[in-house]
Design a protein around this ligand. Sequence first.
Ligand code: CA
Length: 245
Amino acid sequence: MARVLIVEDEKHLAEGLRFNLEAEGYEVTLASDGETALDLIQQEGRSFEAIVLDVMLPGKDGFEVAQVLRTAGCYIPILMLTARSRPEDVLRGFEAGADDYLPKPFELRILIARLSGLLRRREWFRLTEDLAAQTPDDKPPGDIFHFSGKSIDFNSLVLRAGERVVQLTLMEADLLRFLVMHQGEVVSRRQILEDVWDLKEDTDTRAIDNFVVRLRRYIEDDPSTPRHLITIRGVGYRFVAEPGQ
Ligand code: CA
């Protein structure tokens, strides 16, 4: 039974979610503000398997809560609830470390589908990891991408660059996978928004640049002069695996 933490200050909505998720077999804990959520996660030994996190909360908002957790090295999958009228919140959410998002108001069955999708992916990543640990010689190749002495393991979501070991969120891994699949090509911001994050609304595409800044901190030796993740002015980005070859 998956344990889920719901962080939502609208009591009516929070109770409704608890009722319905419990009916689906989840074990649900409610928190009505960010501080309470962070306390609960610390107390419970981080034993939640997913967090449904509303953006608009009293005190610390959802962005801050996600950021505190990720900074502390806590990678519980986060499904963020955003306002439909503010698609830029989605990018802020990803920046803060959210794994998926759902604009409000949403249909309950969609939330349940997204939540179980998130848990399934985490579970799948964990299973492949266990399998790999048991049979190192039979480990299927292909899901670790090596470039310039660095590596991205798309199963365990671990990026290694020299001494640096970064635990990626699911969404970061999705974006990196997209860039790797299109390496050498120019991909537009619009393409990234639509193909990676399924954002079809009229999002301000410049907001994506902040996200790229973060990926550069992971993969570039000197993030101020990127050699892997190149900006193509007025168009988008190009990922180069082995610069200078
Ligand atoms: Ca709220």
